[in-house]
Design a protein around this ligand. Structure first.
Ligand code: PMP
Ligand code: GLN
Length: 416
């Protein structure tokens, strides 16, 4: 959205905390995809129908007149359903009323957490690549992001080859460090952090008395390879970590309803109370009928074997898009989790565009000339480390098979 207008008052400037913010890469590339009639494998949102049982629950909630403000910290039926679902996963009984806050998507939970826990001048460690709302939320809270990159190792033939250098992480911690953000399974590289890696991060957090925001919105999108079993480990379940961890989840990802914008933060009571203190002044409360629908859906996941169905469905889509990307020579990196695939573009020579990083030029070219939109991964890195992704692009596979096949045809026509 442009902030410049002919009709602004004299000398108008947006507040300094937002002045440097451009348009998000997702908005930019979805608009470019629409303009060019491209298959949008850029912004990560499912284009297939949400499950009927989830949609029916929403219709029934509205018909039943659950249409007024919800309890500010979360609709009682939803927080109870979340406590019941996550209790066994966290290995502890969760108190629905004091340990869960329902938010406007995980994105609001990120914003509220930063508002609640970061003092002006505090440093927050962000592991790159990161979901782009992390640095913006840190900055709006007056904090300072400190970036530690995952570095692609060698040819990066598997997601696990994105390595976090623990010495680099240790060196980034200062007396001002307050919080560390971890995202597993990870957007955009599809890395699922191992128990060993998370344990080392947890030890650093405890040694330096850091809080941890663990963004686990892709918790159900973890893929099994018989030769390489992958396990989603929850940071809050590691010894000594429950007390200092806020865990995030998202109904948008879990039930393929990104437009509903329902997310949650799970944390011990003092941290949850702080997140709630911010949340009550951001949206106050979240859409009641949508929370009721997510509650009903959560209650049915076990009897429907829903999470196994979801990961199997996505694993088949991952393999379908991997096959295409391999066929056209883009050397895709097979993700262990999430619904994104990183490819290599170093052999392509699209026209350079002045003012654009190489990966932006390549993704704009993919969108305009090939008719398949991708996202440039440098959008997930600080300026300092963006060079790491100059020859990479991100495609998402949370799309119908027809759409993935349409993309395959276009890519094969253009790249052979
Ligand atoms: N965290 C990560 C890592 C994400 O990729 C996204 C969305 N794509 C979110 C959080 C936001 O989730 P929501 O849509 O529930 O706000
Ligand atoms: N996180 C989603 C992605 O990576 C998009 C979220 C958004 O548009 N804000 O594609």
């Amino acid at each position: 959205m442009s902030t410049a207008s002919l009709h602004t008052p004299p000398g108008f400037q947006p507040a300094s905390r937002v002045r440097g913010f451009g348009t998000t890469v997702f908005t930019e590339f979805t608009a470019l995809a629409l303009q060019n009639n491209a298959v949008n494998l850029g912004q990560g949102f499912p284009n297939f129908p949400a499950p009927d049982f989830v949609k029916e629950a929403a219709q029934q909630a509205i018909a039943a007149d659950l249409n007024q403000y919800a309890r500010a910290a979360g609709h009682p039926r939803l927080v109870r359903a979340l406590a019941a679902a996550y209790g066994p996963l966290f290995g502890r009984a969760l108190d629905p009323l004091s340990e869960i806050v329902v938010t406007v998507g995980a994105t609001e939970a990120i914003f509220a957490t930063m508002q609640a826990l970061v003092e002006p001048g505090d440093e927050v460690i962000l592991i790159e690549p990161f979901y782009d709302s992390y640095p913006a939320s840190v900055i709006m809270a007056g904090g300072a992001p400190v970036y530690v990159p995952l570095r692609p190792q060698g040819d990066a033939v598997r997601a696990v080859d994105w390595a976090l250098d623990m010495d680099e992480l240790r060196a980034a911690i200062s007396p001002r460090t307050r919080l560390l953000v971890i995202n597993t399974p990870q957007n955009p590289v599809g890395k699922v952090f191992t128990r060993q890696e998370l344990t080392e991060i947890a030890q650093l957090a405890q040694t330096h008395n850091l809080l941890v925001l663990s963004d686990e919105v892709y918790e159900w999108m973890v893929y099994q390879d018989p030769a390489r079993p992958v396990e989603h480990v929850r940071m809050a379940t590691l010894p000594g970590m429950w007390e200092r961890t806020i865990t995030l989840g998202s109904a948008g990802k879990t039930f393929s309803v990104t437009g509903w914008k329902i997310g949650w933060a799970i944390a011990p009571p003092p941290l949850a109370a702080a997140v709630f203190a911010a949340h009550q002044w951001i949206p106050f409360a979240v859409s009641t009928p949508m929370q009721e629908a997510v509650a009903v859906a959560m209650e049915q996941t076990t009897e429907r074997d829903y999470f196994n169905w979801l990961s199997a469905m996505y694993q088949a889509k991952r393999d379908r898009l991997m096959h295409t990307l391999e066929l056209v020579g883009l050397r895709p990196v097979s993700p262990d989790g999430s619904y994104f695939i990183i490819v290599h573009t170093d052999h392509l020579n699209p026209p350079a565009e002045p003012g654009y990083r190489r990966d932006f030029s390549v993704c704009r070219w993919f969108t305009r000339e090939i008719g398949v939109a991708a996202i440039p991964p440098s959008a997930f890195y600080s300026a300092e480390h963006a060079y790491l992704t100059d020859s990479l692009a991100r495609f998402c596979f949370c799309k119908t098979d027809e759409m993935l096949d349409d993309a395959a045809e276009r890519l094969q026509r253009a790249l052979g």
